[in-house]
Design a protein around this ligand. Sequence first.
Ligand code: UDX
Length: 450
Amino acid sequence: MARITVIGGGYVGLVTSACFAGLGHQARCLESDAAKVDSLRSGAMPIQEPGLAEMWARHSESGNLSITADPAEALSLTSFIYIAVGTPESPDGSADLSYLREAVHTAQHYSDLSRIVCIKSTVPPGTCAGLQSDLNKDARPEDRWTVVSNPEFLSQGRAVQDFMNPDRIVVGSSDAGISQMVAGLYFPLDAPIVSVDSAAAETVKYASNSFLALKISFINEISRLCEHTGTDIGQVATGVGLDSRIGPRFLEAGIGWGGSCFPKDTAALEHFMRSAGLESQVVSAARAVNRGQVEHIADQLVRMVGAGFGKEIAMLGLTFKDGTDDLRGSQVLPLINRLSADGFSIRVFDPSRPVLRNESLPPVTVCDSPQEALFGASGAVLATAWPELVSLDYASARHLMREPVLIDARRALDPGKLKALGYRYARPGDGRTAPHLAQRPELTGTLSAA
Ligand code: UDX
C-alpha cells in the first residue's frame, strides 16, 4: 500500500484517485476548486462516469480516499505525487502547460517527503525531462526529484474499466528503480509494463491518440469512395477489420472524431513537429479529413433539403459521443455553425442536457425532447448515437417533421426500416441509401487474365 497524492480533480484526476484507492492505496486528491471539493465530500460526482460515484463513496467511507483543497494536507507524508491537470490547446495549437507548471510548483513547495512526480497529463516529448532538471536546479543531492511519465489511456464512459483493465501500463523514466516502483502501484493488474525513457512514454501517448484519430479519418475517407461506387463502408470496414494486423476497432465511419483528447493531441503533435522543423503529413491529413467530414455531411443535407433560408433542422445530439455531457471538440458544433451560415435555423436536443457555456455557436433553440426538436423541421441529423435517440419512435417522429429527411451521421439506424417508414434517409459512407449522392462510374468489370 502506498500513499499517493493526485493533483487535479478533473476527469483523469478523479478516476485515477478512485482507482488507486481501489487497488488498495491511500489516495488523496488535491483540487483547488473548493466548491467541487465540498460537493464531492457530500457525495455528488461532478462527472458522468459509470462506476465512479459508487467507487468514490466506497473508498471514501473506508478511509482510503479523500479530497481536499489544502495543498499542505494533500502533500504531507505522501510517497508519489501524480499530476493530472489539463493541458488544453493554446490558440496556436500547442499544449498549454501552465496548469502543469503550477501543479509542479505546488508539489515542490508543499511536499515534505516525496520526491517522485508522475505525470498523467498529456505533455509534449521532453516535458518530464525539462521539469525534472528545473526541479533539481538548486536541490541538494538527497532532495533530488524524479519526474516520471505515466500517461493515461482512459476513454470517457469507460474510464474506470480502462484503468482497471489496461492494454498496457507505460512508465517513462531513466531511473529503473523508480520505474519499477511506479509500475508496482498497478499491482495486481494484469497488463504488460512498457518501461521506457520519459520522452518515449510521452510520445507513446501522442502517437496512440493520433493513430486512433487517423484510423477513423482513414475509414471516413474510404467511405467517400463507397458513396461514389454505390456500396457501403460498413461492409468494407468489416472486411478490412478482420485482418488481425488492422483490427476492427476505430473503423466506424460517421461524423468524425471529437472529444477532449484527439483534437487537442493531434493539434499539439502537429505544432510540436512543426516547431521542431519536421512535417506531420499523416496527422495533418487526418485532421483535414476530419474537418472535411463535417462539410461533407452538411453538403449531403443541403442537397437533400434544398437551400436553407427559413428552414429548420433538428440536431439530435450535441456531445462528441454518447454517454458523456462533454461538448469539447464535438463535431456537432462546427456542423451547426456551417448549417447556420447556410441560413438554416437549428433546434437541438441532447439527452445529457449539456450546459452551453463558451462554445462558439450561433443562436440555437435548445429543446427539451427530440419531438420538440423535430417539430416542423425540414430535416434532421442524428449527430450523437445516444441509445434514446437511436431507439426513438421514428414512425411517429416522421409526422412531426415538415419534410422527412434524415441524415444518420452516426450510422446507428437501420436504413431499410427508416426508408420503409417514408424517410428520405442517408448516412455517410453508404452509396446505396443515398443513390443521388453517388455519381457511379461505369463498373465495366475488366478482369484481366493474370
Ligand atoms: C480517447 C482515447 O480513446 C483514450 O484512450 C484517450 O486517452 C482519450 O481520448 P475519448 O476521447 O473518451 O478517448 O473518446 P473515444 O471513445 O476514443 O472516441 C473519440 C472520438 O472518435 C469520438 O468522437 C467518437 O465518436 C469517435 N469515433 C470513435 C469514431 O468516429 N469512430 C470510431 O470507430 C471510434
